[in-house]
Design a protein around this ligand. Sequence first.
Ligand code: FAD
Length: 466
Amino acid sequence: MLPVPLPAELPAPLPAPATAAQLEALAADLRAAGLEPLRSAGELEGLAADAFVYSPVLQPLLLGRRAQIGVRLSDRQSVPAVAAACARHGISLTLRGAGTGNYGQCVPLAGGLVLDLSGCNRLLELDADTGVFRAEAGILLADLEQQLQVRGREPRLLPSTVRSATLGGYVAGGSGGIGSLRWGFLRDPGHLLGLELVTVEPEPRRLALTAAAARPLNHAYGTNGIITTLTMASAAAVSWHQLVLEFEGWEAALAAAQQLPAAALLLQELCLLEAPVAAQLPWPQGCPAADGRGHRLLLLASPDALPLLSDWLPELGGQLLWQAPQGRSRGIPLRELSWNHTTLHVRGRDAGITYLQLLLPRPEGPALKALRDRWGDDVLWHLEAVRSMGEQRLACLPLVRWRGREALAQLIEQARAMGCILFNPHVISVEDGGLGVVDSDQVAAKAVYDPDGLLNPGKLRGWLER
Ligand code: FAD
């Protein structure tokens, strides 16, 4: 088995930060294009932050990394001017949506310029027959959702950061989330149907890529092209109902998490929280607080699933604690208790907690039991139902008490030995956060669209190793 990659230093080689003369020349070019360079310490700090602090491995490597200059765009027609200026002066360029990534995806490792695209935020087209839409990369996912919903559609997949993240950042830096139970992951063929791209060259090209040509840019951390618009499939809108179920026994709760996604029920989200995790979360208004004894299963279900669920629940060994239509409840919505929002809430009470991301082997019970027996209260369980390679599976984002690198490496090794697939959130490169292998198409795309290697240096291992 490959060694557990927990980096102790930044990737190398990284380009040198820009010199004062290079920065002045860049700033002059930006002003000539009618753009305002951002240079104050506060602005640069804000443009470099993301949620890497969830990882005590990444924290010491990424804290304090800053851009040397920033630009915020509200018109995507200005993107080529920024790309051209960076290419002419040989300055690295890191793209930014909302900066909610968990692995320092948009933290510039080698200074240079950060380009914030969150002002390029329009829904451009929606085909009423097919539901295919085209939107600017910086559109806030909640705005996209709202604009699709009024026309009877909804995004297929959303991160639990739907209220803060952008579409471009989600495709370039995220992977799945709410909807993954039904629709799998963002990199599955069929979600991203095309994109508009600006290359980083002295004379930037604006290219329209088909679904196949767009694939290497999907989940590439903005290392191989500047995405300005995305064309994606949507789903028919559903009036999702939020349900909180409670189970006394872990085995019954796990069995329900296995059986519900396999039934002919339309579900958009299923999240299982072990009792000590549930006890640390805020709950929607009207939902009883958790007392640390019951395991909680959160569902987003279509209205026609509700009668069957209420009949089936006693047999499954659970009880319904609370339900409300999504968008019409008060307090925290259920989707902000799922995916990495669970980690966010638990870390809000105890910053000594970090996490992992695993796909459990099937059947899940034996691996979970072995891990629970070995790690006890140091690892608390949060499971998510997903569709992976066409099969219903359970993923998990266990909450891990930080006891140092060695203990984390041992946990990862045991999980892998039990058949879990690791999506490591404690690494810097695109490849190490996935299956660990270089995707030669991503590297080839970078050679064509970013020939001088200026985009987000250090994040694509295949480029460093080529
Ligand atoms: P950023 O963080 O700004 O950027 C992400 C990456 O994309 C960076 O590498 C950036 O350089 C690149 N990028 C941004 N814009 C462009 C562009 N136009 N062209 C090319 N590259 C670009 N992720 C999930 O997948 N599912 C979840 O459920 C989920 N839950 C989360 C919960 C919490 C509490 C937190 C903190 C994070 C969570 N994440 C999740 C991670 C993160 O929210 C998602 O990856 C998110 O969608 C990123 O969007 P963003 O706009 O913040 O992107």
